[in-house]
Structures are given as structure tokens and as C-alpha cells.
Design a protein. Structure first.
Length: 364
């Protein structure tokens, strides 16, 4: 394992302040997380073990939860940095109390997750959040970075849905004005269990409910067609299994950063279990087999560039008056590239959302 470069996703708290429909904290609210906070000393023990067993590229102090809830977040950052390892945060930035102290601790990266520029769209996909609070906190973050002469890279990550293109342009402009980097992800449904439930898996899977159907109906990357593409991908390995470790706030290793139900997918305490044993547990788990059989390891990592073409074509079909180039740049001949996916997938990309999910789920 020493030759591999590993990243660690560590939930330092057991909850989030939002309940987003694309995230299990929002769509699997009946499945409990832990309570309380990981201590700095406990995190230090985890980092010490990790660096003794493998080459560590970075520690991300988040997976499903909101790190800014942790009252000692600046100290948690300093613990990781003391080992000369990259330290990343991802936040919805609705909590601003610790901004100055966090910036002073100088994490390597702070990622800000957004899905709109106006509350009407943002409030649906970042449920419980306030985009005006986020924008105010972005400005505070920029000012604090300047005050502390921080080297922290700040990245605004805009989650693309079917109808938020103009807001992407507005948020891109705000990020640039503050000196932040800007990137985009095509939103999709999480966690892994919900995708398997969508495909009809029942044993141990959560319900695929009306809220999930409404979320899928908002996606620019159409879920059924995206899975069809992923299944045909030539990607045979899974970097989430082979080079990434997900640890919850109690120090238990999860099967994967994409699963959520801790009663089913906790493997073992990280500090008590050698890395080789943890990897053996992962490879033997039936969930890994189901995931890779359905191509979900490709979807969860955007592991096939054809997914981008599929999303762009779906946006074009559902927004006939949209100037695609003004939002997405030169998209080229998407439809010709999609022909390489096979006629069934091209036809699937052209189906109406009403046909896929039924008329009750065609509303925005």
C-alpha cells in the first residue's frame, strides 16, 4: 500500500445544518449519524497511523457533514498541517462564526458548495440554506484571507441542474470579483444506496420516494441514461475503493465515501485495524460488487467524459432558447459524439422527463 497515494475523508462532526435533497442528510433523514465531535487528539492519532501505513496526499475534514459546526475546527486544521499534509474543507458557508479563525489556520483549500445565485433555486437544492448569507460570508472570507495573507485556495463549486444556467454565470462573476476559483459539477443523486434503489434494488436499500423522483427530475445529468453510459464504460477499477479512506466522526471506517448507512457499511475502527485488512474487507463486500456491476463507480467519479456530453445534450433539449456557448463555452457537435454511445442511449437522452418519471414528477 505504500506505493499508492491516499486521500482521507474524515467527518469531524456528525451532522449538517442543511438537508439537501441530493444528499443523504436530507434524503435519508431517518438514518442516524453520530452525535458529538471528533477531538483534535483523536484526529492526530488517525493522521499518525495513516502516514505510517501509506503515502497521504491530503485530509479532507468532511464527507457528509458540515465542518464549520465543529467548535475547534481551526485546531483540527492545525493538527493536519503539523504533519505537512494538505488539509481541505468543503462547506455550504451558511455558518460564518468561525471564518476568521479558520482562515488564520490556513487550510490548503476551502470549497464552497452552491447551486444558485438567487434564493428561489438555491433554497430548493440547498434546503434550509440562505444564499444571501452565503454571499455575505464569501465576502467576509475574501476579506479575512487578505487580512491574514492566507495562501488558502478558495474554490466555489457550482452544482449544475437543468434550470440554473443564468445563475451559474452570476455566481462565476461574483467568485471572480472576490479572487476565488470557480468550477462546476453536474449534480447527481447521493448516496450510493439511493442509486441502487432507483435501479430497483430492494434488500437493505432505502425507499426511492417522491422527493427523490423530484430531485432526479431536476438533474441536468439524466440519471437513467447516465447509468446506461457508465455501465458501458471501460473503467475497471474504482479509485474510491483503492485510494480513498472514509472515516466517520467516531473513527470508524466506512466502506466508501459514497455510502451513508452506518449500521450496514461500517467496517472497523480505523486505529485498531491495519490498512491491508481494511482493504480486504472492502474487496469482499457485496455492495462493492453491486456498485461496479451497475457502473456507479464511474458515475460517482465522473469517470467517463461521455457523461458531460449527455448532460449538455439534456440541457439543450430542455432549454431550447438557451445560448449554450455563453454558459458552457464551445460544446462542439454533442449529438454526433453521443452517437458513439449507441442508439438506445441517444434515444434515452431524447426522452421527455415525463416519460421517464411519470407526469406527477415533471414539475420543477
Amino acid at each position: 500500500m505504500q506505493h499508492l497515494r491516499w486521500s482521507f475523508d474524515v467527518d469531524v462532526v456528525g451532522r449538517c445544518n442543511l438537508s439537501c435533497p441530493s444528499c443523504p442528510v436530507g434524503n435519508m433523514s431517518g438514518t442516524p449519524l453520530q452525535t458529538g465531535y471528533m477531538s483534535p487528539d483523536f484526529l492526530d492519532q488517525i493522521v499518525v497511523k495513516a502516514t505510517s501505513e501509506c503515502k497521504v496526499t491530503n485530509f479532507a475534514l468532511y464527507n457528509w457533514t458540515e465542518p464549520f459546526i465543529h467548535p475547534d475546527l481551526p485546531e483540527m486544521i492545525r493538527v493536519v498541517k503539523a504533519h505537512d499534509i494538505g488539509c481541505d474543507l468543503s462547506t455550504n458557508l451558511n455558518l460564518g462564526k468561525q471564518i476568521d479563525k479558520v482562515v488564520a489556520a490556513n487550510p490548503d483549500v476551502i470549497k464552497i458548495s452552491v447551486s444558485g445565485f438567487n434564493q428561489e433555486n438555491y433554497g430548493i437544492t440547498h434546503h434550509g440554506g440562505d444564499i444571501e448569507v452565503v454571499k455575505a460570508n464569501m465576502k467576509r472570507l475574501a476579506a479575512s484571507k487578505k487580512t491574514h495573507k492566507s495562501s488558502t485556495r478558495i474554490i466555489v463549486i457550482f452544482h449544475r441542474y437543468l434550470k440554473n444556467q443564468q445563475e451559474e454565470l452570476d455566481m462565476r462573476e461574483l467568485a471572480a470579483s472576490l479572487g476565488f476559483d470557480f468550477t462546476t459539477y453536474w449534480a447527481y443523486l447521493m448516496p450510493l444506496e439511493k442509486n441502487l434503489a432507483f435501479l430497483g434494488y430492494r434488500n437493505g436499500m432505502p425507499d426511492f420516494n417522491e422527493g427523490d423522483k423530484a430531485l432526479v427530475n431536476r438533474l441536468a445529468l439524466p440519471l437513467l441514461q447516465a447509468i446506461e453510459v457508465a455501465r458501458t464504460s471501460q473503467v475497471s477499477d474504482c479509485r474510491l475503493r483503492e485510494r480513498q479512506m472514509a472515516i466517520n466522526s467516531e473513527g470508524k471506517v466506512m466502506l466508501c465515501c459514497s455510502v451513508f448507512d452506518q449500521s450496514r457499511y461500517e467496517l472497523a475502527p480505523y486505529l485498531d485495524t491495519p490498512l491491508d485488512e481494511l482493504q480486504t474487507m472492502k474487496y469482499a463486500h457485496s455492495m462493492c460488487s453491486s456498485c461496479m456491476k451497475e457502473g456507479l463507480h464511474v458515475l460517482m467519479t465522473y469517470g467517463d467524459k461521455r457523461l458531460e456530453d449527455l448532460a449538455l445534450e439534456n440541457v439543450r433539449l430542455n432549454n431550447p432558447n438557451l445560448d449554450m456557448e455563453s454558459v458552457y463555452g464551445n460544446t462542439g457537435d454533442i449529438r454526433n459524439r453521443l452517437l458513439g454511445l449507441g442508439k438506445s442511449v441517444v434515444k434515452a437522452a431524447s426522452r421527455s422527463r415525463r416519460h421517464l418519471l411519470g407526469p406527477a414528477h415533471n414539475k420543477q
